[in-house]
Design a binder for this molecule. Structure first.
Ligand code: SAM
Length: 274
């Protein structure tokens, strides 16, 4: 199921510029100052409000819905990410867009009392769920509500930075990646787990599942079909594996590689700060 793939040669048809805000792109189509929210184009300053609405709405049922929608696969993707992160006692770790805290909880245990593990997210409802889970698990760690595009941490502070299933929701992915690179110490690593491009022969089946079953699950179990339609659309709007690798490189990360998980439904990108 895991296909470790090193960098492909440059030269794919689309440019990594596409994932900068449209007004910042050279010759990009679309109106000035607009960006994608799923398949809709919205004024750039509104995207974060729409995304906030989605996660306020799903926060209470988030963990249950993750299990239902992925048939538990998200646990395996995260376990793989945690193994690749290689967190050791005493390390400093930042989990960006950490939501209900699946990664931060494990990192806190691995880093131990000498370590420093932060759970951060822009959304108070998601963080409240995460904080409650930490307390239930008897884990104490610092929690910060902050935007990945403006991280409130010093340069070169962390050994490991992670962002799991969060990057595609960000308005300025290039800015968020640059911030994550900034707070990494030289030699530190960024791990980006995100939905990606599924192996082409599976794509019709995957599309049918995404645009029919996901909204139905959302309506039936969380009373909210729209948020799960956004999920399916936002996955299609996110850069595929090779383009995301180039975005990481443009953020100053080196030796970028990725691992396809479950035939590319998800991919884990890893980059090193020099
Ligand atoms: C799908 S959840 C992922 C949560 C968790 N990392 C996980 O893997 O289960 C996406 C998270 O990204 C957060 N998010 C979206 N935009 C963000 C931003 N600009 N800065 C920080 N977090 C953001 C959302 O609030 C949400 O909690």
């Amino acid at each position: 199921m895991i296909d470790p793939t090193s960098r492909e040669p440059a030269g794919a048809a689309r440019s990594a510029d596409q994932y900068a805000p449209e007004h910042a792109r050279d010759g990009a189509p679309g109106g000035a100052g607009t960006t994608d929210f799923g398949y809709r184009q919205v004024p750039e300053q509104e995207k974060s409000e729409h995304v906030a609405g989605v996660f306020h709405s799903v926060a209470r049922n988030y963990d249950l819905m993750n299990d239902l929608m992925s048939a538990g696969l998200h646990r395996w993707w995260k376990a793989f990410t945690i193994r690749q992160a290689q967190v050791r006692p005493g390390m400093k770790v930042l989990d960006v867009a950490g939501g209900t805290g699946d990664l931060a909880l494990r990192f806190a245990r691995q880093a131990g009392p000498q370590g420093e593990v932060w759970l951060t997210d822009i959304n108070g409802s998601m963080l409240a769920q995460g904080r409650d889970r930490m307390l239930d698990a008897g884990v104490l760690l610092p929690v910060a509500q902050c935007d990945a595009e403006r991280l409130p941490f010093a340069d070169a502070h962390f050994d490991v930075v992670t962002v799991a299933l969060g990057l595609r929701n960000m308005t300025h992915k290039d800015q968020a990646l640059a911030e994550m690179a900034r707070v990494l110490r030289p030699g530190g690593r960024l791990l980006v787990l995100e939905f990606s491009r599924v192996w082409a022969p599976l794509s019709p089946l995957y599309d049918a599942y995404s645009f029919n079953v996901l909204p139905w699950l959302g309506r039936s179990f969380a009373g909210d079909g729209d948020s799960y339609r956004y999920l399916a659309e936002s996955i299609r709007m996110h850069p595929p594996q090779d383009e995301l690798a180039r975005l990481l490189e443009r953020s100053g990360l080196e030796r970028v590689q990725w691992f396809n998980l479950t035939a590319g439904v998800c991919a884990l990108h890893v980059g090193h700060r020099h």
